[in-house]
Design a protein around this ligand. Structure first.
Ligand SMILES: Cc1cc2nc3c(=O)[nH]c(=O)nc-3n(C[C@H](O)[C@H](O)[C@H](O)COP(=O)(O)OP(=O)(O)OC[C@H]3O[C@@H](n4cnc5c(N)ncnc54)[C@H](O)[C@@H]3O)c2cc1C
Length: 429
């Protein structure tokens, strides 16, 4: 049974591990925190994954996108008694996040218990309470994390707990009954409100629109058939024995570890001098209202940069695989295309790739479709996350007014609060 004591090292590690942050040597969370067994049933029977079953109709608020941000907003509007519809082509709300994290074998959330999806309301069950209700299925070290979170400390959330709580949020707020399974192709002003055209040819008319379309994945320009996308389940289900994972962020580290656990030989290549394992984790300042206000005035202020992240727990595991000769780590390596064949550029030198499969993990970019919806994004939203009259956004486009946390669950919650306050005023006017 793993020790419950957190590893606290004050001396430099035995070698640098090309790890960018000196702070990472002072506090490295124990790597067994990455071991949560994803796929437990929890109480799936009582919290089924509900399919969208709404049909298009006129409504007060149209939410374009039923990801985590759309679900959060929907649960708030539910409590306020405001009529709304969520339109998303996925049959299940929040599916894209679950699918993406599943595709790289991510078993724990990268944000704490306090950052749950849904309304902060006394009648709601928060994620920590949800975990306590499922105490009997948690591993000992996961229970220790629940205890830490109960004491107000940052703790690791198993993805199962997150998914179960998300299903609960959807069910408890009847969001499946407001979810139209379709895609919004365009939004136009019409008769003092908006008319949204859906892929199916149907329409939704609404008094206000909120874009919650999330982020897309960066495309890789190469015709090399060995290159697969990180987010479409191909990497983990492949028969390939030697895999090149390219990228220096959280997705690359997570996928590399998942592949190693499946017995693959892995090379992890990244462009920087040092491996940062940067993920969506930010300085504590950004989680305070004062920090977010300061960010809005000084968005380039280095005080609001990424902070060293809990992601350094990968370090022990990757080091162990490296020592056993199963993992090679290459720095200053970029994936480039040479006439339809992928190769690595290392300080200007081209190197061939002899791996069976290549998986670029180059992160996310704000969904281009938002612009296609006919909404001019311009320099970004105003402080209330309004893009234009009665057109709002929650998610990455709010970065300029919420800070980098706009992309994460906590930032969505901040944006949702602002949008809800504006919508209530707007619709009452
Ligand atoms: C691997 C990975 C791990 C992450 N881990 C964390 C974490 O631990 N904690 C955290 O806070 N954040 C994490 N994030 C960030 C995470 O992506 C966001 O917190 C969250 O998924 C964003 O929610 P969203 O609703 O804005 O976008 P999404 O979850 O991407 O949802 C957007 C939805 O909009 C829909 N959509 C897009 N265009 C249209 C259209 N035209 N019409 C209708 N629907 C449309 C899509 O189908 C999708 O369902 C992680 C991201 C990745 C990639």
């Amino acid at each position: 049974m793993p020790s419950t004591q957190l590893t606290m090292s004050t001396s430099p590690s035995k070698r640098d591990f090309r790890c960018g942050s000196a702070l990472s040597d002072r506090f490295v969370p124990p790597s067994y925190l990455l071991d949560s067994p994803r796929g437990r049933r929890l109480s799936v029977a009582s919290w089924p994954e509900l399919e969208g079953k709404a049909t298009p109709r006129d409504t007060d608020v149209l939410i374009v996108g039923g990801g985590l941000a759309g679900v959060s907003l929907g649960s708030h509007l539910f409590h306020l008694g405001i009529d709304f519809l969520l339109v998303d082509p996925a049959r299940h709300l929040g599916r894209r996040f679950l699918q993406r994290t599943g595709a790289i074998g991510q078993t724990t959330l990268r944000s704490p218990y306090a950052h749950y999806v849904g309304c902060q309301s006394s009648s709601d069950l928060d994620m920590l309470d949800f975990a306590k209700l499922h105490w009997h299925v948690l591993e000992d070290y996961e229970r220790d994390q629940v205890r830490l979170a109960t004491a107000g400390l940052r703790a690791i959330v198993p993805m199962d707990v997150f998914e179960g709580h998300l299903r609960h949020t959807v069910a408890a707020h009847g969001l499946d009954g407001r979810h139209v399974v379709d895609r919004v192709e365009s939004v136009d002003e019409s008769g003092g409100g908006f008319a949204a055209a859906l892929s199916s040819g149907r329409n939704v008319r609404a008094r206000a629109v909120v874009l919650a379309t999330g982020e897309g994945t960066s495309a890789v320009q190469t015709g090399d058939p060995r290159v697969v996308r990180w987010d479409d389940d191909a990497a983990l289900s492949s028969e390939a024995e030697r895999v090149l994972v390219v990228g220096g962020g959280q997705s690359a580290a997570t996928l590399a570890l998942a592949l190693l656990r499946r017995g693959k030989r892995v090379t992890l290549a990244y462009p920087a001098d040092e491996l940062h394992f940067q993920c969506l984790d930010f300085t504590a300042d950004l989680f305070e209202p004062s920090g977010r206000l300061a960010y809005a005035d000084h968005p380039e202020d280095p005080r609001f940069d990424f902070a060293p992240s809990v992601i350094h727990e990968f370090r022990h595991k990757l080091e162990a695989y490296e020592a056993r000769g199963r993992l090679d780590i290459l720095n200053r390596a970029r994936l480039v295309d040479a006439g339809g064949v992928a190769c690595l550029d290392r300080d200007g030198r081209r190197e061939g790739i002899d791996h069976d499969m290549i998986v670029p993990c180059f992160g996310l970019v704000p969904e281009a479709d938002v612009v296609g919806l006919g909404v001019t994004v311009g320099t970004g939203p105003r402080r209330n996350c309004e893009l234009g009259r009665r057109v709002y956004t929650v998610g990455p486009l709010c970065k300029r007014v919420v800070g980098p946390i706009a992309r994460a669950i906590e930032g969505q919650r901040v944006a949702v609060d602002r949008v809800v306050a504006s919508i209530v005023g707007d619709l009452d006017a």
